[in-house]
Design a protein around this ligand. Structure first.
Ligand code: ADP
Ligand code: ASP
Ligand code: MG
Length: 428
C-alpha cells in the first residue's frame, strides 16, 4: 500500500465523489448474526449513503467461524492450514452475499466482493497472514458499479491464488486496510458494546466507557486480550492516520470511542485500563546450555512457523552453565510449540519442556505508567492482599502484565479496576 498510489487513487472520481470521501463501516459477527440483524445493518448502511458511497466490511454471522473450526477439528487435530483457511473464509462469504441481497431489497445498488475478487493480497502464511497490498484500481473500479460495496473481512489471497485468513478478529484489520487504501479519514467499527471501556464491560460491570483513547493504549489493550478490536487494525490505523470510531450497532446515534485524530491525544491518564487474556499457555525449556545463540535458536525456530511469543524471560539459574527459558504463546499455537521445543531439547541437550495451560494474563495498561514505581507497588499489593498468586511478571513502558491461574483472572482484573479507581474519570 504505497502512499503515492494511495494519493493518486484518492483523486479518482466516483461520480461526484472521490474515493477518499467514502464511508468505511465494519460490522462484527454479533451485528450480522441473524437475518433481522442483517436488515438492521442494511438500514444503517442505507442511511449512511445519504452522505455518499459506503464501503462495508462484515464478519461471519455470529459464531460461524467457531462452528467451522469445530467441523475441521472433527476431521483432524491439526487440519491442513491451506484447507482450513479456505473453509474459514466461507463464513464471511455467506454474510457479504446476504447483506448485499438485503441492501438490494432496500433498493440500494450494492455488490459483494471477496478478498480474492477485490485483490486483498497477503503474505503466503496461513491463519494469521498480513496484508501486503490492496489493488487500488480494483477498489475504485468496484465502486463504479454500485453505491455500497460489501467486502468480506478476515480473508486475503496470496500471489499464488491461495485463500488466507488474517487471524481471529481480523475483519477489523480488513476494514482499516481498505480505509487506508481509499485514503478515507475515518473507519467506523460497529460492534455489540458502546465503545472501548476501561475493561471488558461484560465482565467488569462498573467499567467506564472512554470517549477518546490513544492508538498506543488501544494497541496494548488489544494485544493483551481486549477483544473489542484487532491489534493490527489499530497499528495500521496509526500508520496511515485513519481515525477509528468504535461504536454500537444497536445505538448508531451514540458517538462511541474515538481513537486518534486529536491534538490532545497524548493522554494524561496514568492507567487507562485492565485487559485479560485467557487464550494463552506458558511454556518453559529447562536447563538449556548457558551459551550465546541458544535463545536465538529457540525464537528463530518458532518465528519460522509464525508463532508469536510473549513474556519471554530467562532468569538467574542456580547451576552455573544452565538456563531456563520461559515464555507464553497463544493456546492455539501450543501443540506446534511443544513439537518444536521437544526437537530443540534433543538438539541442545536440555532437560525438559514444560507447559502450563491453566494460565491467564492480566495487564494494567496506561500511557503514563513509565517511571511511576508506585503503580507497580499498588498492583502487586492488591493481588497479594487478595491472595492471588502471580506466576510470571513482565513490564514495558505502557503496561505491566501478570500471569495468574486462569480461574483467578477475572477476580484479579476486578480488584485492579477497583484499586486504580478506573470507574471514575481521571482529572485533567
Ligand atoms: P465483533 O463481533 O463486533 O468484532 P467482538 O466480540 O470481537 O465483537 O468484540 C466485542 C467484545 O469485546 C465485547 O462484547 C466485550 O465483551 C469485549 N471487550 C473486551 N475488552 C473490552 C473493552 N476494554 N472495551 C469494550 N469491549 C471489550
Ligand atoms: N470471523 C472471524 C472471527 O470470528 C473474523 C472476525 O470476526 O473479525 O474471528
Ligand atoms: Mg471482533
Amino acid at each position: 500500500m504505497s502512499r503515492s498510489t494511495k494519493e493518486a487513487l484518492s483523486e479518482l472520481e466516483l461520480g461526484k465523489q472521490t474515493l477518499s470521501e467514502i464511508s468505511v463501516l465494519k460490522f462484527g459477527g454479533t451485528s450480522v448474526k441473524s437475518i433481522a440483524r442483517i436488515q438492521h445493518v442494511a438500514e444503517l448502511v442505507k442511511e449512511r449513503l445519504k452522505t455518499g458511497k459506503v464501503l462495508v466490511v462484515v464478519s461471519a454471522m455470529g459464531d460461524t467461524t467457531d462452528y467451522l473450526l469445530k467441523l475441521a477439528h472433527q476431521i483432524a487435530k491439526t487440519p491442513n492450514q491451506r484447507e482450513l483457511d479456505s473453509l474459514l473464509s466461507t463464513g464471511e462469504h455467506i454474510s457479504i452475499t446476504l447483506l448485499s441481497m438485503m441492501l438490494n431489497a432496500l433498493d440500494v445498488s450494492a455488490r459483494s466482493v471477496t478478498a480474492y475478487q477485490l485483490g486483498i493480497f497477503t503474505e503466503n502464511v496461513h491463519s494469521k497472514a498480513r496484508i501486503v497490498d490492496i489493488q487500488f484500481d480494483n477498489l475504485a473500479r468496484a465502486f463504479e458499479n454500485c453505491d455500497a460495496l460489501v467486502v468480506a473481512g478476515f480473508q486475503g489471497v496470496t500471489a499464488n491464488g491461495d485463500i488466507t485468513t488474517l487471524g481471529r478478529g481480523g475483519s477489523d484489520t480488513t476494514a482499516v486496510a481498505l480505509a487506508a487504501a481509499a485514503g478515507a479519514q475515518y473507519c467506523d467499527i460497529f460492534t455489540d458494546v458502546d465503545g472501548i471501556y476501561t475493561s471488558d464491560p461484560n465482565v467488569i460491570k462498573n467499567a467506564r466507557l472512554l470517549d477518546r483513547i490513544s492508538y498506543g493504549e488501544v494497541v496494548e489493550m488489544a494485544r493483551m486480550g481486549a477483544q473489542v478490536i484487532h491489534p493490527r487494525a489499530v497499528e495500521l490505523a496509526r500508520q496511515y492516520g485513519v481515525i477509528l470510531r468504535v461504536r454500537n450497532t444497536f445505538k448508531p446515534e451514540h458517538q462511541g470511542t474515538q481513537i486518534g485524530g486529536g491534538a490532545d491525544m497524548e493522554i494524561y491518564r496514568s492507567v487507562s485500563g485492565v485487559a485479560v487474556d485467557k487464550d494463552n499457555a506458558c511454556v518453559a525449556i529447562m536447563d538449556v546450555p548457558d551459551q550465546p545463540g541458544i535463545a536465538a535458536q529457540i525464537v528463530s525456530a518458532l518465528a519460522k512457523k509464525n508463532i508469536v511469543i510473549d513474556m519471554i524471560m530467562q532468569a538467574f539459574h542456580p547451576t552455573a552453565g544452565l538456563n531456563n527459558i520461559t515464555f507464553t504463546v497463544a493456546s492455539t499455537d501450543l501443540a506446534q510449540t511443544n513439537t518444536i521445543l521437544e526437537e530443540l531439547k534433543l538438539k541442545m541437550g536440555a532437560k525438559e519442556v514444560l507447559a502450563d495451560e491453566d494460565i491467564a494474563k492480566v495487564s494494567l495498561i496506561g500511557a503514563g505508567m513509565a517511571g511511576q514505581p508506585d503503580i507497580a507497588a499498588k498492583l502487586f499489593t492488591t493481588l497479594g492482599d487478595a491472595k492471588i498468586n502471580i506466576k510470571m511478571i513482565t513490564s514495558s513502558e505502557m503496561k505491566i502484565t501478570c500471569v495468574v491461574a486462569r480461574g483467578e483472572a477475572d477476580k484479579a482484573a476486578k480488584m485492579l479496576h477497583d484499586a486504580f479507581q478506573l470507574d471514575e474519570a481521571a482529572a485533567k
